[in-house]
Ligand binder design. Structure first.
Ligand SMILES: [Zn+2]
Length: 164
């Protein structure tokens, strides 16, 4: 029993991603889903799958990634500026946001636009045609269309055309 407790503690030491995930539950966030039915489906969010795009520091610590814009908005920590477009539809809303590889998000696959469907406190990363949209990509379903016209990582901007 003592050995098991030690291993458990050692496994958690420095895992700030795990600590952040569990702490954010206490602030009211639920898991970050995807649109394929996976409870932890959003690997771009610390509230998603455990093996998200977190940072593994040389000392063994793990941090990140950040949360999607809807989660940040729920927490009241959305930075000022036009970083998220919110499109109310029926019983929920879509968000369109631009995620960049910096800070706790440095291990994201690329700078890209993402679309989430949000209902209540549940966020669903849209994965068709991909979990991230880059220049030229189009997300489209029966209620929303998002075309990425340009992505400029240097300027920190994405230009999108949204129709609903
Ligand atoms: Zn959890």
């Amino acid at each position: 029993m003592r050995a098991a407790t030690y291993e458990y503690d050692r496994g958690l030491a420095g895992d700030f991603s795990f600590i952040a995930h569990e702490s954010l539950h206490a602030f009211g966030l639920v898991h970050a889903h995807d649109d394929r039915g996976a409870d932890y489906g959003d690997a771009w969010d610390v509230m998603g799958y455990y093996y998200t795009y977190q940072i593994h520091r040389p000392n063994g610590w793990m941090v990140g990634p950040e949360s999607n814009a809807a989660h940040r908005s729920m927490l009241g920590v959305m930075p000022a500026g036009p970083l998220m477009v919110k499109v109310p539809v029926d019983s929920g809303y879509y968000t369109v946001e631009f995620r960049q590889r910096s800070g706790y998000d440095i291990n994201l696959p690329e700078d890209a636009v993402q679309v989430h469907w949000v209902t209540g406190r549940d966020t669903y990363l849209q994965t068709s045609p991909a979990d991230r949209l880059i220049e030229g990509d189009v997300f489209s379903d029966a209620r929303l269309s998002v075309r990425v016209d340009a992505v400029d990582p240097g300027a920190g901007t994405a230009t999108v055309t949204i129709a609903y």
